[in-house]
Design a protein. Structure first.
Length: 341
């Protein structure tokens, strides 16, 4: 029904406007008595064999929603009704910011992909904390970043501010230094600045009675030497894992018109699938699976999900696949996982 009727209608309109429209509709529908129960009854697959404990957190199944979809923590309770076992909110910055000028999202329908150059648009950490106070026991990941106006030499201050502000309201943290849409942000992936950032966060984390898991989200465009550096940094700083991967700057073998493929921004969706899996496998094999890996990038089917997990991912996240395939994808993946066991 989604791909036959709903998606063709939604894809007639600007992606960002459609996103806000669907959020409003879902909020309204979930206020109808019994609607949430019906959604959960249809979409949620529960079975002990699906459950996993990763970095000390018990997940009912391995499928989560990636950051960027619910940036401001507006709809995490409602989205969890579609079967996600965890929702990652953000990327959140200390101060509100508008992000990059519009138009900044482009659908590549023939490639089942999206190019975005959002630029960490969000309402700021204070507003997100307010929203998270409404949490009804959904596992929440807090994806944190720096404001665009903050120079890289002061980036640690921004990440620490978000970390301290969100600490009591999220279950784990994701450090985002890999978005291609904030100027010079990816320079923080270099060994020295990244180590300094993660050491600072771990220092703050260890002062707490119950430290929270910290993950690092990395770009798919890193070469093997850089990925070895990432492994060394994770083992050195003793953070809990990595999210592989963010969007890519590559535009290989796209079928869409030149004016679309040359749009600036990060590419997500099916064209990212193979590279994301390669990175997951490389990290798993070269670290002897010493840390947790969340796989994300190009998961549009049950087979894609199983491929990521077989490559070494402990959990997976959806984003573009959720948009192109619809909410039934979560259910299909969980049913396929049960059959494969």
């Amino acid at each position: 029904m989604y791909k036959l009727l709903i998606r063709p209608f939604l894809f007639l309109f600007d992606p960002e406007k459609v996103h806000h429209f669907t959020f409003k509709i879902l909020k309204i529908l979930h206020k109808i008595p019994g609607f949430s129960w019906l959604v959960r009854a249809f979409f949620i697959v529960e079975h002990p064999k699906l459950a996993k404990t990763v970095f000390g957190i018990h997940f009912k199944n391995p499928v989560g929603l990636a950051a960027g979809f619910d940036k401001n923590a507006e709809l995490f309770n409602e989205l969890s009704d579609f079967g996600f076992s965890f929702i990652e909110i953000g990327t959140v910055t200390p101060k509100p910011q508008d992000g990059n000028p519009k138009k900044r999202i482009f659908r590549l329908v023939s490639d089942e992909a999206i190019i975005n150059r959002m630029g960490f648009n969000n309402e700021g950490v204070e507003k997100v904390v307010h929203q998270l106070r409404k949490n009804k026991r959904v596992i929440i990941g807090g994806n944190i970043g720096k404001n665009k106006i903050t120079p890289n030499e002061n980036a640690i201050d921004d990440y620490l501010f978000c970390f301290k502000s969100l600490f009591d309201y999220v279950d784990y943290f994701t450090v985002n230094v890999s978005s291609p849409n904030t100027p010079d942000l990816r320079l923080l992936q270099e060994k020295e600045p990244l180590t300094n950032l993660l050491v600072a966060l771990q220092r703050e984390n260890k002062q707490r009675e119950k430290p929270k898991p910290i993950l690092l989200k990395i770009a798919p465009d890193l070469n093997d030497d850089q990925l070895i550096d990432i492994i060394d940094i994770i083992l050195c700083t003793k953070i809990d894992g990595v999210i592989a991967t963010n969007t890519t700057l590559e535009r290989n073998d796209l079928r869409v018109a030149k004016e679309l493929k040359t749009q600036a921004g990060g590419l997500s969706g099916k064209p990212l699938a193979n590279r994301s899996t390669e990175v997951i496998r490389f990290l798993a094999e070269n670290s002897d699976k010493s840390f947790a890996i969340i796989g994300v990038g190009g998961i549009h089917s049950e087979e894609d999900a199983l491929e990521k997990l077989n490559a070494g991912a402990d959990l997976i996240q959806l984003y573009t696949g959720f948009i192109f395939e619809g909410p039934s994808l979560v259910k299909k993946i969980n049913k396929a996982l049960l059959k494969s066991q």
